[in-house]
Design a protein around this ligand. Structure first.
Ligand SMILES: NC(=O)c1ccc[n+]([C@@H]2O[C@H](COP(=O)([O-])OP(=O)(O)OC[C@H]3O[C@@H](n4cnc5c(N)ncnc54)[C@H](O)[C@@H]3O)[C@@H](O)[C@H]2O)c1
Length: 176
């Protein structure tokens, strides 16, 4: 089966290495979505950017309208979500970006996947019965107490994600 795989944060450190690996299956179409923050660099994707199954979209996962339109247009059946504010030091001086990307952005992706893949809670559409949502995120922030925003976003995401996935009957895996 040919997959349409959305990879968020694919221009970052882990995402770009993952794209290099997964793009070897020429049957699958790969859609890298990244808004190229200070952490993202298209040079990380130079080795694969010439391949016919590589597609790059510059965009922000916090943009709900964009995310929903991408799901509708490309009909992704797999999501591998790496996009994040990932440098803990930055959360001390600029927590807002962590809240937006790590919580709101992740919610947008989950919500669009839900709308495309499901008829309702526990009702996966037949054509999406192989759909998967993989969230690769961090756990080290959980060690920081007293609501440093990074810690909060990480733990809130974990809670929300598990609730959302379980209550909807979606298939989802979260790697920390
Ligand atoms: N690198 C590690 O050692 C490590 C270890 C454990 C967990 N993690 C977690 O894995 C995930 C990926 O880590 P990484 O090291 O590849 O991160 P990274 O900072 O290198 O890359 C993040 C990517 O996301 C993109 N991005 C950021 N905000 C975005 C937004 N709003 N919309 C679209 N794209 C956006 C950036 O441009 C960048 O390309 C993060 O959640 C991180 O916390 C990383």
């Amino acid at each position: 089966m040919k997959n349409k795989i959305l990879i968020t944060g694919g221009a970052g450190f882990i995402g770009s290495n993952y794209v290099e690996l997964i793009i070897e299956n020429a049957e699958d179409q790969i859609y890298v979505l990244d808004n190229l923050t200070y952490a993202g660099n298209l040079k990380n994707l130079e080795t694969v950017s010439h391949l016919p199954n590589y597609n790059f979209i510059k965009g922000d996962i916090c943009d709900e309208t964009l995310i929903d339109s991408l799901f509708k247009e490309y009909q992704f059946n797999k999501v591998v979500h790496f996009a994040a504010e990932s440098h803990v030091d930055n959360s001390i001086t600029g927590p807002g970006a962590f809240i937006q990307t790590n919580i709101v952005g992740t919610f947008n992706l989950l919500h669009s996947a839900y709308r495309l893949w499901m008829n309702g809670p526990n009702q996966l559409k037949e054509e999406y019965n192989n759909a998967r949502f993989l969230h690769v995120s961090t756990d080290d922030g959980l060690l920081i107490l007293y609501c440093k925003s990074y810690a909060c976003t990480s733990s809130r995401i974990r809670l929300f994600y598990l609730q959302r996935i379980n209550s909807c009957g979606c298939s989802g895996i979260r790697y920390d």
